[in-house]
Write a protein that binds this ligand. Structure first.
Ligand code: AMP
Length: 395
């Protein structure tokens, strides 16, 4: 892996593909700066070595040049976070853009306009990628969030830099965290898979079975397993057409020596709402008009034991409808268990969408070993796929 630590950036102009696809409100204010903060380490490193940074990114999904999705809106936020002046150029490609970046003094930063103003970006157009590669003299990819896309700036342009292409710090950290679970996890290795549906997690489960000792299944997926085993699930979310698959999966896990832990009890509600009536109920005995929305107390006790004895933990997906405060206890408590296990020496990786949101909501960010910044990219990594953006850097 060629990382930025393997290069001397002094007097070099690095094209840094960052993921500044941040949420912006109606007044064009950045409402969550996580992704900008995540790129700071790489940019700081290059600047401190006496290099300059040409930042390229996408923002949203514009069709054509949409002023609402101009990256100019985020310049002041980027300046505030990087604590250096940031120039802006109103295009990302072409002779004028090349001119603007050619005269960039050492230790300075320029942010180019939204890459997706050109459809060639998402098309992975070779000529467009070649044009982008002319903006600087080396390429650093630090956009883990789009590493699963074979877009011009994330994958295709890497081929125009033989040796001069590098993993940015964030990309390096993400890849190392995934490897720590998928390739070199200290045993026992535990995967906790929650969230809404079995159907969206199949490839992950299949891929994880070869790498783990324990599998906790939580959230809405539970009811497909429960129904498959002859249980009553009431109004709970349940994918009838995946019941057979659920049974096959349990058999497969057993044959591979993976212990599967399903909830024993759940919190049921008489409506899908925060204010619904609720009570504890055994899994498989849910009355017709009720539905399971959170993990129960006995379940949590059992999960605590498994989490505390694990040395490597992957968490993807909440244990219940944590967006409803009254049904967030299971997800919050699981977060506490993982935090405690991490404190006791386990490596914990939280990744893929809603569990990251939950960890942030419950303020466990500093208590996990690593929290992934990439939703889709993380999920595809867990599915065992080699991400095109990463493969392109390794070529
Ligand atoms: P996913 O994106 O597959 O990880 O799913 C996350 C979503 O699953 C969250 O929005 C949760 O509210 C939802 N979820 C978790 N448990 C349940 C449940 N028991 N019933 C319905 N939805 C659930």
């Amino acid at each position: 892996m060629r990382t930025i630590a393997n290069n001397d950036f002094s007097n070099r102009r690095a094209i840094v593909r960052v993921d500044f696809n941040v949420p912006i409100d109606d007044e064009f204010q950045v409402t969550d700066s996580t992704r900008i903060i995540a790129a700071k380490e790489t940019i700081d490193y290059i600047l401190n070595q006496g290099g300059s940074c040409i930042l390229i990114s996408h923002l949203g999904r514009p069709s054509g040049k949409d002023p609402k999705l101009s990256l100019t809106h985020i310049v002041s936020k980027v300046e505030k976070i990087l604590q250096v002046p940031v120039a802006f150029f109103g295009d990302c490609i072409g002779a004028e853009a090349e001119q603007a970046t050619a005269s960039l003094p050492p230790r300075s930063v320029i942010l180019m306009e939204n890459l997706r103003f050109y459809k060639e970006e998402t098309d992975g157009d070779l000529n467009f990628a070649k044009g982008l590669s002319k903006l600087g003299d080396c390429y650093v990819n630090d956009a883990f969030g789009t590493a699963h896309r074979a877009h011009a700036s994330t994958t295709i342009m890497a081929q125009f830099f033989k040796e001069d292409k590098f993993f940015g710090r964030l990309l390096e950290k993400e890849v190392n965290a995934i490897d720590k679970v998928m390739k070199a996890g200290e045993q026992p290795v535990l995967a906790i898979l929650g969230g809404a549906k079995v159907s969206s997690k199949i490839t992950i489960i299949e891929n994880m079975l070869d790498k783990i000792n324990h599998l906790i299944i939580g959230g809405g997926m539970v009811y497909t397993f429960s129904k498959a085993q002859g249980g009553r699930v009431g109004q709970s979310i349940c994918e009838d057409n995946y019941c057979n698959y659920a049974l096959e999966l349990l058999e497969k896990a057993e044959s591979k020596g993976v212990e599967v832990h399903l909830p024993k009890d759940v919190i049921i509600a008489d409506d899908f709402s925060n204010d619904a009536n609720k009570r504890v109920c055994k899994v498989g005995e849910i009355p017709d008009e009720w539905q399971g929305l959170d993990a129960g107390p006995e379940t949590l006790k059992n999960f605590e034991k498994i989490v505390m004895q694990s040395k490597t933990i992957l968490w993807n997906g909440p244990l219940g409808v944590f967006e409803f405060e009254n049904f967030s206890h299971g997800t919050f408590t699981l977060g506490e268990f993982i935090a405690n296990s991490t404190l006791a020496g386990a490596f914990s990786l939280v990744g893929g969408g809603d569990s990251v949101a939950a960890v942030k909501q419950f303020r466990f960010e500093d208590k996990m070993s690593y929290i992934s910044t990439g939703g889709g990219a993380m999920l595809e990594s867990l599915e065992g796929k080699t991400l095109p953006g990463i493969a392109a850097l390794l070529e």
